[in-house]
Design a protein around this ligand. Sequence first.
Ligand code: NAP
Ligand code: ZN
Ligand code: ZN
Length: 351
Amino acid sequence: MTHTTVHAYAAPAPKAPLERTTIVRRELGAHDILIEVKYAGICHSDIHTARAEWGEGGHFPIVPGHEIAGVVAEVGSAVTRYAPGDRVGVGCFVDSCRECENCRAGLQQYCTGELGNVGTYGATGRDGQVTQGGYSTHLVADENYVLRIPESIPLDAAAPLLCAGITLYSPLAHWKAGPGKKVAVVGLGGLGHMGVKIAHAMGAEVTVLSQSLRKKEDGLRLGADHYHATSDPATFEELAGTFDLILSTVSAELDLNAYFGLLRTDGTFVQLGLPEHPLPVAAFALVTQRKSFAGSMIGGIPETQEMLDFCGEHGIASDIELIRADQINEAYERVLASDVRYRFVIDAATI
Ligand code: NAP
Ligand code: ZN
Ligand code: ZN
């Protein structure tokens, strides 16, 4: 690799608009791959991070982006899994300790080793350098943390699978969504719309719980069997005791206890959204019907590949709005206003 300086879009400081800049990518190590980024999705986590909503500090300037789809441009001397021209993706982490029980089980996202999972941006890697994400023209990543994108999925619509897709696939698989199971997806945004598609493909009966009925037609087209507005108190009466599994993708604080009421006995509510503030839990809302309140974070490397292959087989991809890099700040505002249909994806050629 000759050029290590590449173009990118970065947030220079917390809450400041993103702007075009250059960053340095490390030289290719033996197991590294140089990826020409073609597309990068905008995840709400990018926005939480760029606005420092998950605590002070952080590494600014920061280049967000962990829904990355591109093509292999060059490989290191010891790379065996990929060759130039391959269609590949990178998700939310680019390394982990590789030795702890979770890493050995393919659950790298839950790495308990000292290194932990190394986030695709804003984390300190093995080499002591701070990682920078996918809103850039090129990325260097270890081949063991790179995924293969099936030929049947267009690269732009594949990018969001690397975070939104796996974040919904993993809990749906873990809690065994399938025929005979009633699954609710709360929030029809980037994560939520992937949840509807994947749960439907797995054979579950799917309900969308959205703030309003504005996106009802879309929800049904994406594969939902039912669609209800959470702004209508009647929804909580009508659906009381209904669901085996509720997946909440809501990025803001939610009245959890009202949603626990929608679970049937032994049902599970899985928190996927990562709001800024804690959420109060009323013991009675869980205890009286042996209900569970759980969390889940993205997925490991093997499961992410499994999800991509599943999507390839079932003709599933993200519904996207392709934007130029100079529209990133505007796109952030639209995501914050729940005005996303259903994922913004940056065309990296415009960076
Ligand atoms: P998104 O596209 O903005 O979708 C979130 C949806 O939540 C919105 O479209 C909206 O759906 C609903 N919502 C927003 N504000 C709400 C409010 N005040 N009350 C009720 N509903 C509200 O965001 P995303 O990219 O899908 O990410 C969602 C959350 O998951 C973020 O917090 C993100 O950081 C987190 N996340 C977690 C993981 C993980 O591994 N657990 C991975 C990725 C992202 P309606 O308009 O349909 O109501
Ligand atoms: Zn994400
Ligand atoms: Zn580990």
